[in-house]
Design a binder for this molecule. Sequence first.
Ligand SMILES: [Zn+2]
Length: 537
Amino acid sequence: MRKLIIAMSAALFGTAAAPAPPKLLVVISVDQFSANLFDEYRPHFTQGMARLASGTVFRNGYQSHALTETCPGHSTILTGDHPSRTGIVGNTWIDQSIGRSDKTVYCAEDETQPGTSSIAYKVSPKHLLVPTLGELMKRKWPASRTVAVSGKDRAAVMMSGQHPDQRWYWTGKKYDTDLTDVAAPAAVAKVNALVAQGLATERGPLDPTPYCQTKAREVAISGGGKPVGTGRLARRAGDANAFRASPEFDGDTLALAAALIDEMKLGRGTAPDLLAISLSATDYVGHSYGTEGEEMCLQLTELDREIGDFLKVLDSRGLNYSVSLTADHGGKDVPERDRLAGVTDATRIDPALGAAAMGKKLVAELKLPGGPGLLGENFGDMWIDRRLRATERAQLLKAALAAYRTHPQVEAVFTARQIAATPVPRTRPENWSVLQRVRASYREGRSGDFYVVLKRDVTPIADTSRYVATHGSVWDYDRRVPILFWRPGARGATVERSTETTDIMPTLASIIGLPVQAGSVDGHCLAEVPGVACPSR
Ligand SMILES: [Zn+2]
């Protein structure tokens, strides 16, 4: 990051910050940054994360819904709504009515584009059903700009919505955009060239801090995976997968964000601007190595430094800005290390529970005419093959419910009818029942025919040859995330009461004087944040 910033260095504007409200809202999502990780590392942060943590910290924030994946999580942060309203029920869902042979729909694609699939997709915000904060800012102040920069396309899309001014995300080779009607800033080509140059160069192992050294302990992984725990994130020249699962990825995303601030003069116009940043490396590190090894420690140490460098750039420009930071979901360590730490029930999923395996078994048992029987990408929305006759579908649903409900790794199974009949809860998120969590993830027409909830501490990865750990469950290790609000010079308190990521949008709206009618979004303005004047409820 530092090197890139020097390389990208634009003119300095060294004047003192103007009084409130801020002219540039920076909203950072750290992918898979659980509240458990934030709590653990908070005493060890000394740079950017430490500055942000000196503001107002809601340490019990919630991505309250059930399917705690990247796309739904990012859809809540700047819309103020749960996935039941945003429509982003998962990273993918099944739509058996679409014309193409691939019936899986990616959350941030346009599946009507010819020749596309859920893997080779055309990026689009069309599935997001509600406006983002940036869109509302533009309605009130046409001069307001919205910019999104991210490691993942779906994160950038869900934080910026329809018609942002710029939207850039990493595609595996470069930062690219789906916006065809706006000119690319010159900074993008420059950053892409520097990133390509860096990627082509081998990187040695990172030096662990004393704390990270205490985390170094090799753990054997079941399911074919390599041992984890003592990695230092070294990378061979050109290894794009290792690049993605390392702090240099976040550094580059932040460098692009900083370059766009300079080139677009964000925060210097007549109206407030919004810069949404999603930092994806923590998620890839978590999936690749788990959350409690030396690898994650090195990642979070570097993240602290990278964010610190980024804030120094904003300071040096004399901008009147604020930073909010949260996560799209939490995460969980590998079950093998969890067990060593005393979580005796931690285990990997029985592969027989997957939709394909279960569907095949039930189709044979019920002597149905063939086909997959069940469809589903993850736990847990599941769909019944609609090419079956109505009586066969009913038979299959009944058999599937019975099979899942009696499996020892399954907590609960709910039918779509049961879920739809449940009101979206309005109580504190830590008190929501499992069914209420599933309800906040449910959208008629997109969600499955039934929903399978795995028991706590069951990791839904059996084959560990690619990834060893994940998130996505209804349990609080995946739901609980930090929510931070900070402005230069301001000191805040740590708040224990629970809040939700849907509260971020109405809170930021209040700070910049953008009216959000009470009840028009799921979230609520957070009165503890300085500069907020919450409307009466
Ligand atoms: Zn994520």
